[in-house]
Design a protein around this ligand. Structure first.
Ligand SMILES: NC(=O)c1ccc[n+]([C@@H]2O[C@H](COP(=O)([O-])OP(=O)(O)OC[C@H]3O[C@@H](n4cnc5c(N)ncnc54)[C@H](O)[C@@H]3O)[C@@H](O)[C@H]2O)c1
Length: 296
């Protein structure tokens, strides 16, 4: 069971002798899946791995609601920032960015989204967010949160135009989304201003606040996802491991999506735990949905 392809990287790199007999694995986060797909594309992946983050129930709930809530919680706890009316820039409108943008807006912030993918940018637009390239958003935001899975999303050209006291934080898995080295290079002085916030003073007197050294905000400052979200993630891990074991030796060494039945099963179990009941299709409805001519 991996999160960020840390274990897989070590196994494939330094401890290859332990690869013998591994039936399969699971990966919990987008950043890890990106690495695994790259390994698989080169024909180097040694065993099948189920991408938990591809599960619909994972994206909708852990990524969107878990990270959305815990990232904002982490920022507020560590900075005491007032979010009402605050111009916040969210980089990336995947499930993580969507959750953060949604919660920030719910707390009264004025949210701008930066994207590189047209569909995601259009979705942000139609969800009612302002969409701007980062170099324009950089001049307007006061709080910046990266959630792209990419690197150097906020860099020297952005620090150069940011407002005084802008706060930059990262919710992506790795601490590479904010170019901290570039910030350090452009600073004439730096000092800690809170337990998890370091202030960088630039030559023109403006100050940039860096959150947790660019490390993942909700783990650095918050408590991670609520247990009521992680229960579904662990259910996915557990059911996916059972799936892999039942098919041991019959699956290709590639990155697999979580089977739809597991997604449905996890959602059904969660509904049961919440005491939420739903309707079932009647036999007549099933028959109707299976025909191509009725009602035409
Ligand atoms: N904080 C947490 O608890 C937590 C939880 C799960 C995942 N993550 C991490 O968050 C990151 C995002 O995850 P996701 O599932 O939303 O990924 P995703 O791939 O679904 O979405 C990322 C979005 O960022 C956009 N993007 C990429 N580069 C960009 C750039 N330079 N500028 C603007 N937008 C850019 C992409 O077009 C995409 O729409 C990953 O690193 C993931 O591992 C964090």
């Amino acid at each position: 069971l991996d999160d960020g392809a840390e274990l897989v990287s070590v196994l494939h790199d330094r401890m290859r002798d332990l690869l013998v007999g591994v039936v399969g694995g699971t990966e919990g986060t987008t950043a890890g899946v990106i690495r695994l797909r790259s390994l698989a594309a080169r024909g180097l992946l040694s065993y099948p791995i189920v991408a938990i983050k591809d599960a619909v129930t994972n994206q909708l709930f852990e990524s969107r609601h878990g990270t959305g809530q815990s990232a904002m919680d982490g920022i507020v706890r560590a900075t005491n920032v007032l979010l009402a009316g605050m111009p916040i820039v969210v980089a990336g409108y995947g499930w993580i960015g969507k959750g953060i943008a949604m919660r920030a807006r719910g707390l009264g912030a004025q949210v701008t989204v930066c994207e590189v993918a047209p569909v995601a940018a259009l979705e942000a637009c139609m969800d009612g967010f302002r969409v701007l390239p980062m170099k324009d958003a950089a001049t307007e935001g006061q709080v910046f949160i990266t959630a792209t899975g990419s690197a150097c999303v906020i860099g020297a050209e952005h620090f150069a135009v940011m407002r005084d006291n802008a706060l930059v934080a990262n919710a992506g898995h790795y601490d590479v989304e904010i170019d901290v080295a570039a910030l350090a290079r452009s600073a004439v002085a730096r000092r800690p201003v809170r337990e998890l916030v370091e202030e960088f003073e630039l030559a023109d007197g403006r100050r940039i606040q860096l959150f947790a050294g660019g490390r993942i905000v909700n783990l650095a400052a918050g408590e991670g996802h609520p247990a009521a979200i992680m229960d579904m993630s662990f259910a996915h891990q557990c059911l996916s491991v059972a799936f892999l074991v039942a098919r041991a030796g019959h699956l290709d060494a590639t990155v697999l999506s979580v089977p739809k039945e597991i997604d449905q099963q996890v959602a059904a179990l969660k509904l049961k735990s919440l005491g939420v009941r739903i309707d079932e299709l009647t036999e007549e409805q099933k028959r109707y949905l299976a025909t191509w001519s009725d009602g035409a």
